[in-house]
Design a protein around this ligand. Structure first.
Ligand SMILES: *[C@@H]1O[C@H](CO)[C@@H](O)[C@H](O)[C@H]1NC(C)=O
Ligand SMILES: *[C@@H]1O[C@H](CO)[C@@H](O)[C@H](O)[C@H]1NC(C)=O
Ligand SMILES: *[C@@H]1O[C@H](CO)[C@@H](O)[C@H](O)[C@H]1NC(C)=O
Ligand SMILES: [Ca+2]
Length: 147
């Protein structure tokens, strides 16, 4: 291969490995395309605030909770919602491998977040939404974005 072709391929690899943290407006558009604006009565700004506080829009975010772990932009938990092969008695209610919550394709993350929010707890399932978003002026989470 010519050096220029190799440089191009390396460039693609770097882009691919770094394109894991959404910008605010990129994520707002992606959530809107995924049908999240108004889903279960929850505004796009509320979803954006939730994701900002859970993961900073970072698709590769993983946090250890002791017996289980939280994965991806929505910090979906391996005990209730996904299977990571190392959580005793996982319910895996979304029927997915937790590792699929860490890639740049957030379609399955959105589908699982919709499953979570349809349960009786609703959006209160996310502690950070209760403490950091509930009842606040969230207009800054979508301001400047064409959504
Ligand atoms: C995204 O999360 C990963 C895994 O926790 C971390 O290594 C990386 O530094 C984070 N990126 C940003 C921009 O915060
Ligand atoms: C989830 O996917 C990863 C990566 O493809 C794989 O290594 C792992 O075995 C899978 N885990 C389960 C529980 O299916
Ligand atoms: C929310 O905050 C924005 C500026 O950050 C302001 O323009 C707007 O009037 C506020 N809305 C309410 C209902 O207070
Ligand atoms: Ca995914």
């Amino acid at each position: 291969m010519k050096p220029i072709a190799i440089a191009f391929l390396l460039g693609l690899l770097v882009l691919k490995s770094e394109a894991r943290v959404f910008s605010k407006c990129e994520l707002a558009s992606a959530l809107k395309r995924g049908g999240m604006a108004g889903y279960h009565g929850i505004t796009l700004a509320n979803w954006m605030c939730l994701v900002h506080h859970e993961s900073g829009y970072n698709t590769t975010a993983v946090n250890d909770n002791g017996p289980s772990r939280d994965y991806g932009i929505f910090q979906i938990n391996s005990y209730l919602w996904c299977n990571d092969g190392q959580t005793l008695g996982s319910k895996n209610e979304c029927g997915i491998n937790c590792s699929s919550l860490l890639n740049i394709d957030i379609g399955d993350d959105i589908a699982c977040a919709k499953t979570v929010v349809r349960k009786p707890q609703g959006i209160n399932a996310w502690a950070s939404w209760r403490t950091d978003c509930k009842g606040r002026n969230l207009s800054s989470f979508v301001s400047g974005c064409t959504v």
